[in-house]
Design a binder for this molecule. Sequence first.
Ligand code: IPE
Ligand code: IPE
Ligand code: MG
Length: 245
Amino acid sequence: MSFLDQIDNIKLPQHIAIIMDGNGRWAKQKGKLRVFGHQNGVKAVREALEGCVKANIKFLTLYAFSAENWNRPKLEVMALMELLVTSLKKEIKTFQENGVRLNVIGDISKLPSNAQKKLQETIEATKENTHCTLTLALSYSSRQEIVDAARNLAKQVKEGKLQAEDINDALFSANLYTQNLPDPDLLIRTSGELRISNFLLWQIAYSELCFLDKMWPEFTKEDLFKSIVDYQQRERRFGKTSEQL
Ligand code: IPE
Ligand code: IPE
Ligand code: MG
């Protein structure tokens, strides 16, 4: 039986975020180069996306490349950028067939120009799709995002457009790259690492965390469905007592 059948459609997470980790180690275990792991990671992206579409998840955010990942060997970085472009070319069909709208967060200006162009084209071509919003975090740093928001708010105060006293949670959220996304309900990380690695620090304040031992290239729809079932068995108390819920 599929874990899909165990999902309670009334308690669905609205937004799932995933730290896709373990491509390099997976390849190494097979005696291959790290790039081989990244290539196979693309299949897992398709699994995650199709799983979300099947389970009716409205927002999927994937950590694809961090600001810190620029420090990797140049060849690996180049291979990842190439893979992004070829995958976008290939997957546009999947996006259209499944009603997926593409969105990006991060410092896109750092990406090679062909990648920027392909991203813009794909965002434009899928902007009317409503079934699921796929957000790719690229050249993304959560601390930088928070710094940008603070700077933006400070500028508005300086220009007299905003009172410092009026800055609150909601206004701060509205100044993040994720302004159009709800906070993730569920955050999944593969590869057994137990850390957040500068991903959505503000937004995951009350997310449920799910760490899987599998390496990313092995991630399947069933893993996604199982994580959703796990999530649904948790009690989200938001500071209250169990009795108050
Ligand atoms: C995740 O896999 C993909 C990216 C960070 C781009 P890794 O490349 O981090 O694989 P490991 O963690 O070294 O195994
Ligand atoms: C986090 O993975 C970034 C992405 C998944 C894109 P890393 O593999 O770069 O994380 P650390 O550096 O090991 O924490
Ligand atoms: Mg890693």
